[in-house]
Design a protein around this ligand. Structure first.
Ligand SMILES: C[S@@+](CC[C@H](N)C(=O)[O-])C[C@H]1O[C@@H](n2cnc3c(N)ncnc32)[C@H](O)[C@@H]1O
Length: 293
């Protein structure tokens, strides 16, 4: 069998809700599954999958532009941008060209992938937002300096045996009990009917149900709202609450916002269990379950 490479790679894109900070919890667990396929049904910036760097992976996202970008990276994407592209005028010219490609049915082209990368680096906060006509509408980011990569050889190599698909997670059929799923949905925004990114509470329930019927290992991360904790408990996940990196500043409260890490069908290594227990002690935490004997 081919030796398993464990060299972590950084995300290529800025992405809302990146989960790189969860890697210390997941690395020792993944070590037991390195020869399995890692499946990320809501991949986004891929902080976890790139950080664990499996030999085989299946990455899915409903956003066609991010998947198109990864597919071109897999084929050896080269980028034509330099420091001189980092100004407001160039940004709006590139944004207009990207939107023209979308309007002309060329959103899956190599040029669209190059421009998507440029816009992600240069736009305000790395946001990925489209108007009702499907056109990218994030303004210029006003960063002092942005570094543009010219190519991604390490990622191209890592992607050799990775599959990329675009669609709703439930369209992913053909999973086997050998597949290790890591799912990171958009945050649940409790008390809000219309949640961010169009991912409703119904979608959160649909995802929890869909993952619960997977016979192999499943890990989910999400914001630790009361209803998320109840939902995962109702599907018999082993759940931990851990302090996230985000800081809430209203009322002067600077404490990290709690997140949930939920596990199913895994042998949780004692090292991970202890880390999660210790993290829990530093918050007013919620915890249910025990590691498998
Ligand atoms: C919180 S982000 C994932 C971030 C990722 N874990 C990281 O570290 O960068 C959630 C992702 O879910 C995707 N998404 C939203 N609804 C989806 C759906 N119904 N099916 C598949 N992906 C979806 C979004 O496009 C977004 O990229």
């Amino acid at each position: 069998m081919e030796p398993v490479t464990s060299q972590a790679l950084p995300p290529l894109l800025k992405w809302a809700g990146g989960k790189r900070w969860l890697l210390p919890y997941l690395r020792p667990l993944w070590a037991q599954y390195v020869n399995h396929r890692l499946v990320e049904p809501l991949g986004g910036g891929l902080a976890i999958t790139l950080g664990l760097r499996p030999r085989r992976a299946w990455v899915n996202d409903i956003n066609p532009h991010v998947i198109n970008f990864y597919k071109w990276v897999q084929q050896g994407l080269e980028l034509p941008f330099s420091d001189s592209d980092h100004n407001e005028q160039a940004f709006y010219r590139h944004r207009a060209r990207f939107n023209a490609l979308i309007a002309n049915g060329e959103a899956m082209s190599k040029e669209a992938a190059q421009l998507f990368y440029y816009l992600n680096r240069t736009c305000y906060n790395g946001l990925c937002r489209f108007n009702a006509d499907g056109l990218f509408n994030v303004p210029f980011g006003k960063y002092k300096r942005v570094r543009y990569a010219r190519s991604f050889p390490a990622h191209e190599k890592a992607f050799e045996q990775w599959a990329f698909t675009c669609g709703d997670f439930e369209q992913m059929t053909g999973l086997t009990p050998e597949d290790f799923i890591y799912a990171d949905p958009p945050y649940d925004v409790e008390f809000t009917k219309y949640s961010k990114d169009g991912f409703s509470w119904e979608d959160q329930k649909r995802l929890a149900r869909w993952l619960a019927q997977h016979e192999g290992p499943v890990v989910i991360s999400n914001q630790a709202t009361e209803r998320v904790k109840e939902l995962y408990t109702s599907h018999s996940y082993l759940i931990f609450e851990v302090p996230g990196p985000r800081r809430i500043s209203c009322n002067g409260d600077r404490s990290p916002a709690p997140e949930v890490l939920a596990f199913k069908n895994v042998d949780l290594p004692s090292e991970v269990f202890e880390m999660l227990q210790a993290a829990k002690l530093s918050t007013s935490a919620f915890f249910s379950g025990r590691p498998k004997e």
